[in-house]
Design a protein around this ligand. Structure first.
Ligand code: AMP
Ligand code: GLY
Length: 428
């Protein structure tokens, strides 16, 4: 089989790494890919958002399956375009991806299906949004309804701050169209967990729970990033909780989207908060998470290609998905200044040595090759994943490998997996 992977991040490198292990696969293409992916796939310089270019590449190379990584490609209808051209694709259609690309749609659907989530209201009028904030308790959470690179949620502790956030999104159009509609919601307190479910339109197979670390600095300090590290599984999420999440959150979404004529095939990734009143949905994503996927892939026992095909074909119930028993920890190395402005083109050393640490895989994200040297080219530069019997062991390997990697200004969190390991029921 020939597989095309669309995207260029650590998530896509981890997917390519796992796909390359499938005996079903003869050749992998990536568009555009990155230097890490280039060791496993033939990279073509087609930008991920150039949907016609992606379709033409898939047709020219007669690929058997296209796997779409980024949210904006799915929201723009990559899967619809590929399917219309007769190319099998993994990922939701544009209509199904609205569960991520429109928070106001997701909120409406959750209200109709009685899926637990924060109380909220959606606005496209600035003054009305301000009035709502003024008449509700603080803190309040202001969210751009559309896609905003993970920066579209602002927790506001004063009415003035909320008004500022609303103004920047609705009046100054900080996120363009994505902020024309905003969702204002109640602040939830608790512990966050990422759930991923492969879905074939009606059935779902849940991954083990994972925990992202969004803040840039240790102790969850500093601004939010795309994600600075991830652990899997999460000890305080029990099997009973997972079963409840499937029954009360994942399956109702699948039924609701199917009823609306938009069955969800792909990876459904709800971000949840365990509150005193149980799990509540913070958001739905319609794709694999990053860095979550960098922790997941080394733990996955099943053939990923078989599972992705089953999602596209609607046969997941027969295929199933098997997971290894150990734990994985991924630590992200970022450029100095990230998530703000940062320099590019700084030489990276030590990757080979890091990759030789037992149980470790190094995934590349913001890297490039310049005059034969590997250099930085993005904010999140690479992810180092350690796998072991225990989370402690996984963290130990990941940090040992990270210690061998250097580039100027490199920074990473030293406390991945160190917080929030209390067990279920202990709300502390
Ligand atoms: P979102 O883009 O909606 O996932 O929000 C990004 C981050 O903001 C989440 O991972 C949470 O840490 C935080 N967040 C979002 N919504 C809420 C909420 N209602 N209450 C508390 N924190 C929230
Ligand atoms: N882990 C954050 C994201 O993929 O959106």
């Amino acid at each position: 089989m020939k597989i095309l992977i669309v995207g260029s991040g650590g998530r896509e490198h981890a997917l390519a790494w796992k796909i390359a292990q499938s005996p079903l696969v003869k050749k992998i293409f990536a568009a555009p890919g990155n230097p890490g992916i280039a060791a496993l796939a033939e990279c073509r310089p087609v930008p991920a958002h150039h949907l016609e270019g992606i379709r033409d590449l898939a047709l020219a190379e007669r690929v058997d399956l296209a796997v779409i990584g980024p949210d904006d490609c799915l929201a723009a209808g990559a899967v619809d375009l590929l399917q219309a051209a007769g190319v099998r694709a993994f990922g939701p259609t544009q209509a199904a991806a609205r569960i991520e690309s429109s928070k106001s749609f997701a909120k409406e659907l959750m209200a109709e299906e009685r899926i637990p989530t924060a109380r909220s209201a959606a606005f496209s009028d600035f003054q009305r949004a301000c009035d709502y904030v003024d008449s509700h308790p603080l803190p309040s959470v202001v969210k751009a309804s559309g896609l905003a690179l993970g920066k579209g949620a602002v927790i506001c502790h004063s009415r003035e701050h909320a008004r500022q956030a609303l103004r920047s999104m609705m009046v100054d159009k900080l996120f363009g169209q994505a902020g024309e509609t905003v969702v204002v919601e109640e602040f939830l307190e608790g512990r966050e967990v990422s759930i991923h479910a492969l879905c074939d339109g009606s059935q779902a197979a849940l991954f083990p729970p994972a925990q992202d670390h969004k803040a840039v600095s240790d102790g969850d300090q500093g601004p939010n990033t795309g994600g600075m590290g991830c652990c899997c599984p999460v000890p305080w999420v029990t099997q009973d909780m997972l079963a409840e999440i499937k029954r009360r959150i994942v399956e109702p979404v699948l039924r609701a989207l199917a009823r609306r004529g938009a069955p969800f095939k792909g990876c459904l990734y709800p971000g949840l908060m365990l509150t005193r009143d149980g799990f509540k949905v913070l958001e739905f994503n319609a794709r694999f998470g990053d860095p979550e996927t960098q922790a997941y892939m080394p733990l996955l026992e099943s053939d990923l290609v078989e599972a992705l095909l089953a999602c596209a074909e609607g046969t997941l119930g027969r295929t199933g998905v098997k997971w290894g028993r150990g734990a994985a920890a991924c630590v992200i190395a970022a450029s100095e200044g990230y998530p703000g402005a940062y320099r590019k083109g700084l030489e990276i050393a030590g990757l080979d040595e890091a990759g030789r640490v037992p149980g470790v895989s190094v995934f590349q994200a913001g890297t490039a090759v310049d005059q034969g040297k590997l250099v930085t080219s993005g904010g999140r530069v690479l992810g180092v994943t350690g796998c072991a019997e225990s989370l402690e062991g996984a963290l130990e390997s990941a940090y040992r490998a990270m210690g061998l990697i250097t580039f100027q200004g490199m920074h990473y969190r030293r406390d991945i997996g160190r917080r929030d390991q209390r067990m279920a029921g202990d709300h502390g």
